[in-house]
Design a protein around this ligand. Sequence first.
Ligand code: COA
Ligand code: NAP
Length: 270
Amino acid sequence: MDFTGKTVVVIGGTSGINRGIALAFARAGARLAVASRSQDKVNDTVAELRAAGAQEALGASFDVRDAEAVAAGLQGFRDRLGEFDVLVSGAAGNFPALTAEMSINAFKTVIDIDLMGTVHVMKGAYPHLKRPGASIINISAPQSWLPYEGQAHVCAAKAGVDQITRTLSLEWGPEGIRVNSVVPGFIEGTEGAKRLAPSPEAEKSFKKDVPLGRWGQPQDVANACLFLGSDMASYVSGTVLSVDGALYQRGSGRAGQMIGQMLRAMPKPG
Ligand code: COA
Ligand code: NAP
């Protein structure tokens, strides 16, 4: 894959899976922009992207819950790097919590980051997308189609993300903009996986649900994004692509129950 001369923007690209995606595009020679809340994480990522071979790399810190800040940040990227060939929207927050036990604000926080954040990123980027030819990749999650106890907030948010993907593929397709989602399965060594499977026992048990017999690596997800961002995928739009070792075919499995069991077993405050 050669992305020389292409501009790739990765929102939430400063750790874990999304940073792996940004790095893969950097190694392929793209001009990169990344954003997240922490300026330190942005600076550290930009340095790594330059070292990995990015034609250019820059970053900005903003919270995807702030639509105006997102729009301003994306305008800054456009001013410095030109129109966007690839936009990856992957900022997310997650914690395991049973609906009856979490506050309304807790539920809303995840909706605001994962779902409204995606809306803010998509709308903020719209004026800056290359027409024809831009590729948008939303980073979703298995919770979009599989119910997991302790994950109602994430299930609702990521289902919304994938429906935005499908709907905007209709609305923006005539302009030559492709819109797809990637659904990573459990990905080794990431914050998201650690939060849902915090012990070696839980990790081992969850792995038994994966037909391919292992958790994924960030590079597995990055490979799918390189494909979707490239001309190889020029007729692929509106799709929700699982990169999950066939986890989805197994259903919610052990993880679907174990997160709930883990939460019920925890001592209650007071
Ligand atoms: N269980 C129940 N409620 C929780 C919780 C948990 N484990 N963690 C946070 N909350 C609640 C808080 O109590 C608060 O609700 P309240 O105001 O009614 O008390 C609400 O969620 C917001 O928490 P706060 O800490 O103020 O949010 P934040 O904006 O600082 O951080 C999070 C957002 C909570 C999602 C934080 O975990 C985060 O920044 N995550 C990013 C990294 C991540 O989740 N990675 C995995 C991606 S899959
Ligand atoms: P991670 O390392 O915590 O990455 C989350 C990224 O988003 C970070 O760069 C974080 O940086 C940024 N971010 C978080 N909240 C933000 C906000 N409000 N505004 C702006 N940026 C914000 O998580 P991960 O586990 O790699 O997950 C990455 C993506 O993959 C998420 O979309 C997640 O839902 C999805 N996913 C993960 C797994 C998994 O196994 N890990 C499985 C399925 C799907 P800051 O802290 O600096 O803001």
